[in-house]
Design a protein around this ligand. Structure first.
Ligand code: CP
Ligand code: NVA
Length: 307
């Protein structure tokens, strides 16, 4: 049976640990002439929103590992003229070996996955961004050699915060999330994460106090205050001001903290230049690692699809 990657919770902790090991292997071997685990495979990439990293990391990864990728902007496909998601899924499955999709409503990804006969990967929806967080977990482990650290997410309770909740729950991590009360993560995702956390012993704390969340944390993570598809307003920016990641807030963090951001960053809003450009910032390494982790996801899903 084909397997998709729509949420981090689609994989068990053991499966994710295997994926992290495979990502390290990909990172070591990518670029070697004889290492072509995606030889002959084609990834279809369907975008309804803009992207820099997700498109490039998938496309470059496919090409460097022996495969290829085809970019489709939905406005240039028959979806824009009313062809259904189900029919689009059936047709794409006849041309490509896997589909990556970035869209607004999460249910469109579920619909695509239901009718596709090839693996479907969530490249971001309004609800989740699982490839990003799996890449970030890899980067944290690469840096600290352990995942036994305090991770603090500060800002909007958006797709990144939601995927952090699920990632932390499945992997048994120590996660603190600080958002304004009106911008909390999805209630459904919080409930699901707390349920999973009971089994994995993950420590998950939600608060509206950024100082409390940052206290003694080794990983400080933020994201834009206004995600793609949402409206940026002066009131919204005002409400998020206390959540800016700046040197004052970071004076409460552990001395060896790292700063992470999925990017793109809105410098001067959720993060200051002094932080994102500091020696604590590992945002470029974080962006690079997307390639290796997504390649590992593809290798695993395509192997399972061949079984
Ligand atoms: N982090 C991330 O997904 O970046 P893009 O929106 O550029 O793909
Ligand atoms: N939360 C952001 C993430 C971008 C990678 C957005 O959805 O726009």
């Amino acid at each position: 049976m084909k397997k998709d990657f729509i949420s981090i919770a689609d994989f068990s902790r053991e499966e994710i640990e295997e994926l992290l090991d495979l990502s390290s292997f990909v990172k070591k071997n990518i670029g070697k002439k004889e290492y072509t685990p995606l030889q002959g495979k084609i990834l279809g990439m369907l975008f309804e929103k803009t992207s820099t990293r997700t498109r490039l990391s998938f496309e470059a990864g496919m090409k460097r590992l022996g495969g290829d990728a085809i970019f489709l902007f939905s406005q240039h496909t028959q979806l824009s003229k009313g062809e259904s998601w189900a029919d689009t899924a059936r047709v794409l499955s006849r041309y490509v070996d896997a589909i990556m999709i970035r869209t607004f409503e999460h249910k469109k990804i579920l619909e695509l996955a239901k009718y596709a006969t090839v693996p479907v990967i969530n490249g971001l929806s309004d609800l989740l961004h699982p490839c990003q967080i799996l890449g970030d977990i890899f980067t944290i482990k690469e840096h600290f050699k352990t995942l036994d650290v305090k991770i603090s997410y500060i800002g909007d309770g958006n797709n990144i915060a939601n995927s952090w909740l699920l990632g932390a729950a499945v992997m048994g991590l120590n996660l603190h999330i600080a958002t304004p009360l009106d911008f909390s993560p999805s209630g459904f995702v919080v409930q699901k994460s707390l349920q999973i956390a009971k089994k994995t012993k993950a420590k998950i704390t939600l608060t509206d106090d950024p100082k409390q969340a940052v206290k003694d944390a080794q990983v400080i993570y933020t994201d834009v205050w206004t995600s793609m598809g949402r409206e940026e307003t002066p009131l919204r920016n005002e409400m998020f001001k206390p959540y800016q990641v700046n040197n004052e807030l970071l004076s409460h963090a552990s001395r060896d903290f790292i700063f992470m951001h999925c990017l793109p960053a809105h410098r001067g809003k959720e993060v200051t230049d002094e932080v994102i450009d500091s020696k604590h910032s590992i945002v470029w390494q974080q962006a690079e690692n997307r390639t290796y982790v997504q390649a590992a996801i593809l290798i695993k899903l395509l192997e399972e699809n061949n079984d």
